[in-house]
Design a protein around this ligand. Structure first.
Ligand SMILES: CSC[C@H]1O[C@@H](n2cnc3c(O)ncnc32)[C@H](O)[C@@H]1O
Ligand SMILES: [Zn+2]
Length: 430
């Protein structure tokens, strides 16, 4: 058997306790064989975790990974103006090669900061599939459809593309890639298209993922036109089921929180994007109290402006307290759980916890840094003090993606060089 032993570290267990232990991984099937102090001495390969915390790989539950190319391209605007005046015109000029190199750049950033799994909505999805296959991460990918501003034929083509992509690539990369049908939002996709997309997705047991209740500009027109709140509309459309998950969920009222809890629909909280675009403060503690499955996502690098899930957990804790007007709200344990198991549950992928028989998706965090000293409480450090750059090794599906801060699956400097060139040419085209 081909095995990997991560040795000498402290391990974060699913109940948020930390204990001294080694982790033994079966690299043939990518699962955890054992966790303990007396493990079989021989392993095919070892990773040193002395002075480190071994934790589940982080799960970025909502992203547009190729938007790394638009990092810093347009800042300091609210969502609608940002999308219409800057982002959508720039995206119209992106080529398939741009999408590929933007995805690779984002995947390098994720691997470097301990993210092993992500969910992504974009276009030219086959390029993203290839990049994920090479990089070795786990992902739920989908084509984002928009129908406003399109004639009926073009609108149906876009919806059909989302369904076809979801069917074609589900199970790709030895099962590491799963898919979803991804209509962009409840206001940018028309009612009949949403209904059909959800029905077709669910017929094949494929989830639906969309932006919802992100800004008041998005909520108010639905309430005015339909006399119901967006998530009640989504329920009528068949888009609020246990396998589905929404991004943002900022402006949700109590009734909508109950709908989310009853249906089991996941919510991906995107605190940095919500702050940067001044979209609002999501009632995260209320959602947790109601039993909603809440994960965390970075959103794209153009509204964040990085893909570091440690940053995101810290932001989630900070804004969660502000939103609840309660310093005990959205506590350290809560955000670490949301950035790992909560996200994995929301997007319906394995991972998010280190347990025997579970997938070997692991981040090893180097604690030997001034900002992580002293080690009073390691869960507190993960939530409030650690940074993506503290990650020393990243493992996904039993494969080592980064060892001693060297990314093994992608050529980092070549990716960065190609990304710079792509953006020089892109800016000429826009
Ligand atoms: C049609 S593919 C996905 C689409 O979503 C855009 N996008 C990026 N961030 C956000 C956000 O916070 N809310 C809504 N839409 C967003 C992205 O630029 C793509 O066009
Ligand atoms: Zn988004």
């Amino acid at each position: 058997m081909d095995t990997l032993r991560i040795e000498g570290g402290q391990v974060l267990r699913p109940d948020m306790t930390v204990e001294r232990a080694d982790v033994l991984v079966d690299r043939d099937d990518g699962t955890i064989l054992d966790i303990g102090t007396d493990l079989d001495a021989d392993a095919s390969e070892t990773l040193d975790a002395d002075g480190c915390l071994v934790m589940p790989g982080l799960v970025n539950a909502h992203c547009h990974v190729s938007m790394t190319l638009l990092r810093g391209y347009a800042d300091d605007k609210e969502l609608d103006a940002w999308l219409r005046e800057d982002i959508w015109p720039a995206e119209a000029a992106l080529t398939a090669d741009d999408i590929r190199v933007g995805a690779e750049l984002g995947l390098v950033e994720m691997i470097r900061s301990g993210t092993t799994t992500f969910a992504d909505m974009y276009f030219d999805v086959p390029e993203i599939v290839d990049a994920v296959e090479d990089a070795g991460l786990r992902a739920r990918l989908g084509h984002g459809s928009v129908t406003i501003g399109k004639d009926d034929d073009d609108a149906w083509d876009d919806i059909e593309e989302s369904i076809e992509i979801a069917r074609e690539f589900d199970g790709a990369a030895d099962g590491r890639i799963r898919t979803a049908v991804m209509p962009h939002s409840l206001t940018t996709v028309g009612e009949k298209y949403l209904r059909e997309a959800a029905a077709e997705a669910h017929e094949d047991d494929i989830p639906v993922h969309y932006h919802a209740n992100e800004t008041t500009d998005e909520v108010d027109p639905i309430v005015e036109e339909r006399d119901e709140h967006p998530l009640s509309y989504a329920k009528d459309l068949g888009m609020l089921t246990e396998r589905d998950f929404i991004a943002h969920g900022v402006h949700v009222d109590d009734e909508e929180i109950s709908l989310l809890a009853e249906s089991g629909t996941g919510v991906v909280h995107c605190p940095a994007s919500n702050m940067k675009l001044a979209s609002g403060m999501a009632p995260v503690q209320d959602m947790l109290d109601a039993g909603v499955t809440v994960g965390i996502g970075t959103d794209g690098a153009a509204s964040n402006n990085d893909l570091d899930m440690f940053d995101e957990m810290r932001d989630a804790a900070m804004i969660g307290k502000l939103a609840a007007d309660d310093a005990s709200a959205v506590a350290a344990e809560d955000v670490v759980r949301m950035g790992t198991a909560g996200s994995a549950d929301a997007i319906g992928l394995p991972g998010g916890a280190l347990e025997v028989g579970g997938v070997a998706d692991i981040a090893v965090v180097d604690l030997d840094a001034p900002h992580l000293t002293p080690a009073n409480d390691l869960v507190s450090h993960l939530a409030y003090a650690a940074r993506g750059s503290d990650v020393r090794h990243t493992v996904c599906d039993g494969q080592v993606l980064m060892q001693d801060r060297e990314v093994l699956t992608l050529d980092e400097s070549s990716v960065m060089e190609r990304a710079r060139e792509a953006v020089t040419e892109l800016r000429d085209r826009i």
